[in-house]
Ligand binder design. Structure first.
Ligand code: OOG
Ligand code: MG
Length: 259
């Protein structure tokens, strides 16, 4: 298997059918960064051809907790489509996932476009709304194990996202306390400060890194800033909730194992 198109087809198929697959780096060879982002773009093209719409990007490894949990320390990014949206307050079936995890994030909705290298002030000026958010990640690789090229090719493990109430960014967002709970019990406690010291830095990084791949962040797009804490494995019949200082809360439930 040497063709990037074939790798993209395999990863897209695994995501679509919720099955795990071998790491590209062990089955074939380690992918370089450019190749890995190319595979990601090709796999998203397959989703688009099935009728999904590109609606934004996500950042990964923007906090130390995530870097430590996954053993990688480079910022990565992935593409988000409308099909990944989970509505606030709904129940998700688990059979569309391989081994899903959830992590607390903050989301930006852009009022104007952002392109290439921008300052934090420029990034802030492009934000129309912020929202408390959770990301559901689901690596397509066995045991959630991957190297940098593997995870980039697999669209940075993206699988789902849920947004709480979106509101204009009225005050500082660089140190908002947050609690993620399962069935009312806190499982992760943290602060948006863990996201590069200031989540707007993740937005600026998204603009820069997407720009390197020829992509401009569009008005109306969603940008997920990256997990503020380590991710937690989901299991059946959970009430998952994130409370974020000043921004409110967001939640979803998980259904039965085979639902
Ligand atoms: C890779 C995706 C990382 C984040 O928020 O840091 C990420 C993974 O952990 O599987 O989404
Ligand atoms: Mg994430």
């Amino acid at each position: 298997m040497t063709d990037l198109n074939e790798i993209a087809a395999e990863l897209d198929g695994a995501a679509h059918e919720a099955r795990s697959t071998d790491q590209i780096s062990s089955r074939y060879r380690a992918l370089g960064l450019d190749e890995a982002y190319r595979v990601q773009a090709l796999s998203i093209e397959r989703r688009i051809s099935r009728g999904e719409r590109l609606i934004g990007v996500k950042m990964g490894f923007t906090s130390r907790a995530k870097m430590v949990q996954m053993g990688l320390s480079d910022l990565i990014w992935g593409r988000l489509t409308d099909a990944m949206r989970v509505e606030d307050g709904t129940t998700i079936g688990l059979k569309r996932y391989v081994h899903p995890r959830v992590e607390p994030e903050i989301a930006f909705i852009l009022g104007s476009g952002l392109s290439g290298k921008v300052s934090i002030a420029e990034a802030a000026a492009a934000v129309a709304f912020v929202a408390p958010a959770m990301e559901i990640i689901d690596s397509r690789y066995e045991n959630f194990k991957f190297d940098l090229g593997d995870v980039i090719a697999d669209n940075a493990s993206s699988s789902g996202f849920v947004l709480g109430p979106a509101m204009p960014m009225r005050g500082p967002i660089d140190n908002l306390g947050l609690v993620m709970s399962f069935d009312g019990q806190p499982v992760q406690i943290g602060s948006t400060a863990s996201i590069l010291g200031q989540p707007l830095r993740a937005l600026a990084a998204a603009s820069r890194l997407a720009g390197e791949a020829g992509l401009t962040l569009q008005p109306g797009w969603l940008v997920m800033a990256g997990g503020a804490t380590a991710a937690e494995a989901l299991r059946p019949h959970l009430q998952v909730r994130l409370e974020m200082e000043n921004l409110g809360s967001v939640g979803f439930a998980t259904g039965a194992a085979k639902s």
